[in-house]
Design a protein around this ligand. Structure first.
Ligand code: GDP
Ligand code: MG
Length: 152
């Protein structure tokens, strides 16, 4: 099985609800290795780069605001960005995180247990971002981390 790297971001809802430690614990127990981590205040530029492939979706404007922390704590905007490495890490981390919508996420996943849909505002509070495939993982790790920030 290939050794892969993948990006995980504890989103502003996860930070506000103090779920970062729980997510790290689950990923650690699943056998993935943490090789980079930092707290980031997401700029509009970074948000647009990160979600470039979703531009044009109806929820895109909300998504940009969400990842920048506009809906959770504007005075303390932050996410925790991490890179995990391991055998089949991309699919494996997604299996720990769960499907995009908390309503579809399988029992036992982070998004099933802790995610919710904010129906009033119309966005998903799904706690964690994880790269969806090899192309995304490669792209996203490069957007968020300089090579010297990863321990390899
Ligand atoms: P992910 O890889 O599972 O995070 O899902 P995507 O890459 O498809 O979408 C990125 C993020 O956009 C998701 O994590 C959600 O926060 C949001 N999103 C995706 N699909 C929808 C949707 O149909 N409605 C809303 N409101 N948000 C969505
Ligand atoms: Mg995705």
């Amino acid at each position: 099985m290939p050794i892969e790297k993948t990006l995980v971001v504890i989103k502003p809802d996860g930070m506000k609800r103090r779920l970062a430690g729980l997510a790290i614990d689950r990923l650690e127990n699943a056998g993935f290795e943490l090789i980079g981590a930092k707290v980031v205040s997401v700029t509009e530029k970074l948000a647009h780069e990160h979600y470039a492939l979703l531009k044009g979706q109806p929820f895109f404007p909300n998504l940009i605001k969400f990842i920048m922390g506009d809906y959770h704590d504007v005075s303390n905007r932050r996410v925790l960005a991490m890179v995990y490495r391991g055998e089949n890490a991309i699919k494996g981390v997604r299996a720990v995180v769960g499907a995009t919508s908390p309503e579809d996420a399988a029992p036992g996943t982070i998004r099933n247990a802790f995610g919710r849909i904010n129906s009033k505002a119309g966005y998903y509070e799904n706690v964690v971002h994880a790269s969806g495939n090899a192309m995304e993982a490669d792209r996203e790790v490069k957007i968020w981390f300089k090579p010297e920030e990863l321990v390899e």
